[in-house]
Design a protein around this ligand. Sequence first.
Ligand code: ADP
Ligand code: MG
Length: 752
Amino acid sequence: MNGADRLAEPLSRVLGARTAGGLAKLGLETVEDLLRHYPRRYGSPGERTDMSALAVGEHVTVMAEVRSTQVRSMRSRGGAMLEAIVTDGHDTLQLTFFAKRAGVLRMHESKLKPGSTGLFTGTVGDYRGRRQLTHPDYLIVGVDAADEAEAVLEASRPIPIYPAAAAVPTWRIGRSVRTVLDPLTEEDVPDPIPAAIRAERSLPTLLEALRAVHVPDAPSDWERGQDRLRFEEALVLQTALARRRAAREGLASTPRPPRDGGLVDALDASLPFTLTPAQETVGREIAASLAGATPMMRLLQGDVGAGKTVVALRAMLQVVDSGGQAALLAPTEVLAAQHLRSLEQLLGPLGHGGMLGGDARATRLTLLTGSQGSTVRRQALADAASGAAGIVVGTHALLSEGVQFADLGLVVVDEQHRFGVEQRDALRTRGDRPPHMLVMTATPIPRTVAMTVFGDLETSTLADRPPGRAETVTHIVPADNEAWLARTWQRVREEVDQGHRVYVVCPRIDADEPAVDGGAPPSDAADAGGDEPLVLEWEGDDAPSASVPLASVTETAAMLAARPEFAGIRIGRLHGRLPADAKEAAMAAFASGEAPVMVSTTVIEVGVDVPQATVMIVLDAERFGISQLHQLRGRVGRSTLAGLCLLVSRAEPGSVSRERLEALASTTDGFALAEKDLELRREGDVLGAAQSGGRHSLRLLRVVRDAALIEEARVVARDLVAADPLLETAPALASAISLWLGPEREDFLERG
Ligand code: ADP
Ligand code: MG
């Protein structure tokens, strides 16, 4: 059996069905899965959990010293019990075991020797005012050692603490790791880091690193092991990106140079405002890329309201000026329809191509969505295919459905910071002359993330906003404070009376449905790492419990309609399950002021532009992530009217959820929020689809903390790919990339 096979072996074969079954609950199927399940932190032998912090009902793992153990028979109930007292040196916790006969308890008694140290797992109970664990699972350090020397060594070793599950405690994972790790040899563990690079940087081999993190003799061991594994992750990622970049540079696309006196010039002359300096600069960058012979792949970042649409329109017109077509893709049909309207507005007669009275240079705009009637759709498809439509607006489905274009020169993707590797590749594989591509996002991506995930993209940033915009003020409203809530609804009335519009966003559509559009709270303290106390190994979510149902669109709309403040006000509803025409109608009634209050899910999260909207109320705000809330807030304060954003929440002061909301209330700077977001939540969520697809994704690498390392890996990867584009000299690196990308993405790479 060769090395790779060894790592790919199913755990059921190596460890037996029962153990493997438990590990499968953690998503661990193969030997490599288990070896890549690194300890989350390490206990030091002298360390003790602070017992005073344990709360009844919590499932905990504590590290403590055994103070006393006593077996007693119970006359009243029959049988016997063992009581052990463990301590952190100050407070105590009682461990209780029951059995029919005292003999059974002797086994525990012999392990739970006073003075020994162990890890104890169970749910904290309360017995006559004393906290206790009943039948806890436990590990006494050193007890299972083969001899005394090993016991001494074990007792002084850092104790790996694994991300665990209630059914599979950390030490059982540790034992399984030892079972698969101990017999492995260097030949069994191919190293993705080529030997020369390893030597240059004095890094241990993969096997050495795995031993160092799983079975460290001293803290310096696991630190060294982790450093190496972290570099490996950076290298795999950056090599994948370098290969992708190299592949793209090898492609040809049709140059679309600017044309004097064309549509771009005509538009510039007719705009009711002057472009900001940032719009000018970015416009020039894009114009130059479009004129080039390799496909542009550019990310345009600009906070909500920064004015990305006109930048995109100018790019699209440049392509039309040179004889091609452009497609603008939005994430939803509502947004696609809105984009069409705002492009029509910006273009005026320049968009009336082929019509009587149109400008001679004019082009034609076409909307193409799945819910169109068949006649309209057939015409739209024909216009795209014949080239009559210079600009086609639609949803992402437009690409996957294989709509035909006469000469597609540019694809603009709006409001999609998670526009992943797959979508980028789906475009690249269209025909032999891939279109240029511009991805726009209002979720600012910190430079480090851009480099990590979008390392194959060029980026442009609209840093300033058009002048004359009012600021939006944000407040947190405690959900249980009736007076505040009443004031909130009163405020809605006042705004409506002034002719303004108000959004009320809920995490659910109706009562009997899980949070759909809103999604789960991103906080995941169970994997936050760092210096949290050694308790709560797997129950870390601090979001308020589900005992209070989440606000839904249906119930909230009904509740508001019944309140006196809303007398005479029409309340609209919008959510993803409505048919497209109902969504359109709801948006139109809101925009016109006919229904000035809109209760909705996050379908209005991105891009919707209603200048008279002044108030954004988000119910159960802790259910949403920072960037989502920032997007929602961006729906108000879009004109000279000041905006107000109210985050209604039950999040407890001091919780991570509350901290997110406070971050939002403290700044409107999208970049500062994006950094805070990275700090507060697992970066995996931020990186999104780009790293979650493959099984072996980023585990140790943290894009903010490890920015320097990522940059180093990037240089190494570039050299590597330049010298050996197919990675023939580094097969283990090549297969690590395949694992990381997953089979589908690898397939795209092959085709690219
Ligand atoms: P976003 O970047 O969020 O997509 P939009 O492109 O929707 O922003 O622009 C927001 C508003 O600002 C629109 O009404 C647009 O017409 C207006 N706008 C864009 N550029 C300028 C500018 N240079 N001066 C004044 N208003 C502008
Ligand atoms: Mg926009």
